[in-house]
Design a protein around this ligand. Structure first.
Ligand code: NAD
Length: 498
């Protein structure tokens, strides 16, 4: 049995039976049988059956939010707005857009070849059985949105939630079981990634993985054996750049939430704050004061803003990095320790100033409530500093001059750049989600997300009764054909003034 522990109270939430490696073979066999039937249904019918998830969830908002809170340590209100609502919105969005993105054939113009009565089109077929491997920090929204897109595209799913959030994983399965979706179309397995991971990757037709960069690299290495395609949604070190013309009050509120929501355990939470030298002192003073006002405590208590971290191991990793920062010469402006007044895994909201871009605390992901602040003096310098980082998930530019902000955005190498916003785009179902560099490969959400869970099937049709001119024999006529092709080739040269 695997236990789920409440990280705020350290009480037992419940347990589930772990899946054994031997069970995986039959789980995949059942998934393949269910998928064969599922893929034959018209896409509209599949979408209609999947969108029933929203109806099933409509009577359980509080129950689900409380469950997430009990496993992750975040306030239930945050669990609702950032996770439960996210799934509902995504399910409706995918239901509304699946036809236009992957439900229609796409005719492809063939130029000269069309004169020989040739035509091509592409349709989108499901991949088969997709393994969805989830993280602990958004254990409901992240994997569920991926599962929903995979299902509508005609796939079956074998889902492995994080071992820290098994009951939320089970809840996703329970919700699916309450719809009319076929049995075995989604199956949730429980256990440690190091044990179940390899057979899961070996058996799947695609892996959608969300988690740390270290694990992502292991998954890609294993997937190379079977050439299983992977979508990797990995770590981040998101930067916020603040120019002097900013709306300071809004920027202060945004960064405070963007750093400390979910106790900073967000792949795209603000981890690096780049402040222009003209506003550095004022901004820092105000931010430290605002941070002092945050209430940390048992997340189900009224008025609590910041809850607990997931476990002792993660808390200690965060603390180690904060100590590294001190040794590197950075200055703790607030926080910097485990909260001594609470018995669960609470780390105090922490801001570290006087940092420089080469420091380990600026370069490495610190997956907890820790912000590192760096001063800059001009736009070229800050763009270089933001890009000089192994991660490339999101970033955000703060200025009242939107056109200037857009120009900066285009110079930054991350999957998303927000202007005057923080974090929230990870919940948008309509827009592509994913990173560059060590933040991962591929995209989930939106049109790009649908394209990750299908294989484009190109169908080419010829209605001619003639032999193709390039077929054998290579006789005198063939030489004429070559000459003809040379003429056509010349017609394809683009003139300088065109
Ligand atoms: P993790 O890598 O420790 O675990 C993620 C999942 O992988 C878990 O389900 C785990 O059991 C499984 N796993 C572990 N070893 C495995 C293996 N060898 N084979 C297959 N599966 C294995 O990550 P975590 O601690 O749960 O999540 C935190 C990390 O995830 C952070 O780095 C964060 O930035 C990242 N994250 C990224 C995104 C994104 O969208 N880019 C979203 C959320 C979290």
């Amino acid at each position: 049995m695997k236990d789920s522990i409440n990280p705020a109270t350290l009480e037992l939430n419940g347990s589930v039976q772990e899946t054994s490696n031997e069970d995986l073979k039959s789980i995949f066999e059942n998934a393949r049988s269910a998928q064969k039937i599922w893929q034959k249904l018209p896409i509209e019918e599949r979408a209609r059956r999947v969108v029933e998830i929203n109806k099933v969830m409509s009577t359980q908002y509080e129950e689900i939010s409380n469950l997430i809170s009990s496993e992750v340590g975040k306030p239930p209100s945050e669990a609702f707005t950032n996770e439960v609502y996210g799934v509902i919105d995504a399910t409706f969005h995918y239901y509304s857009t699946v036809m236009e993105t992957i439900g229609q054939k796409r005719e492809i113009p063939l130029g000269f070849y069309e004169s020989m009565e040739k035509k091509s089109y592409v349709i989108y077929k499901p991949l088969g059985v997709i393994a969805v491997i989830g993280p602990y920090n958004y254990p409901f929204a992240i994997p569920f949105m991926q599962i929903i897109q995979s299902l509508m595209a005609g796939n079956a799913v074998v889902f492995k939630p994080s071992s820290e959030t098994i009951l939320t994983g089970k809840k996703i399965q329970d919700i699916i079981n309450e719809t009319k979706l076929p049995q075995y179309l989604v199956q949730t397995i429980f256990g440690s990634g190091s044990e179940l991971g390899n057979p899961l990757i070996d058996l799947a037709d695609k892996v959608i993985f969300t988690g740390s960069t270290v694990t992502g690299k292991r998954i890609m290495e294993r997937a190379a054996h079977t050439l299983t395609p992977v979508d990797l949604e990995l770590g981040g070190k998101s930067a916020m750049i603040v120019f002097p013309d900013v709306n300071m009050e809004r920027a202060l509120s945004a960064v405070r939430w963007g750093v400390f929501t979910n106790s900073g355990q967000v792949c795209c939470s603000i981890k690096r704050l780049y402040l222009h030298e003209d506003i550095y002192d004022e901004f820092i003073d105000k931010l430290v004061k605002l941070t002092k006002e945050l209430k940390q405590g048992i997340p189900t208590e009224r008025g609590v803003d910041v809850g607990a971290m997931i476990n002792l191991e993660q808390l200690e990793l965060v603390d180690e990095m904060v100590q590294t920062g001190k040794n590197e010469g950075a200055k703790i402006l607030i926080g910097g320790r485990r909260n001594p007044n609470l018995k669960g895994y609470f780390y105090e909201p922490t801001i570290i100033g006087n940092a420089t871009n080469d420091m380990e605390i600026v370069q490495k992901e610190i997956f907890g409530p820790v912000l590192v602040v760096i001063k800059f003096s001009n736009k070229e310098e800050v763009i270089d500093m933001v890009n000089d980082n192994p991660y490339g998930l999101t970033s955000t530019v703060w200025t009242e001059n939107i056109e200037f902000g857009k120009r900066i955005a285009e110079e930054i190498n991350t999957g998303t750049v927000m202007i005057n916003e923080v974090v929230y785009t990870f919940a948008l179902a309509a827009t592509p989600w994913g990173g560059t560099k060590e933040s991962g490969i591929g995209r989930t959400h939106g049109r790009e997300g649908f394209l990750e869970v299908v294989r484009p099937l190109h169908i080419n049709v010829d209605r001619s009764h003639e032999n193709d001119p390039w077929w054998f024999p290579y006789d005198e006529d063939a030489l004429d054909v070559v000459e003809n092709f040379k003429l056509i080739a010349k017609s394809l040269i683009v003139k300088d003034d065109e």
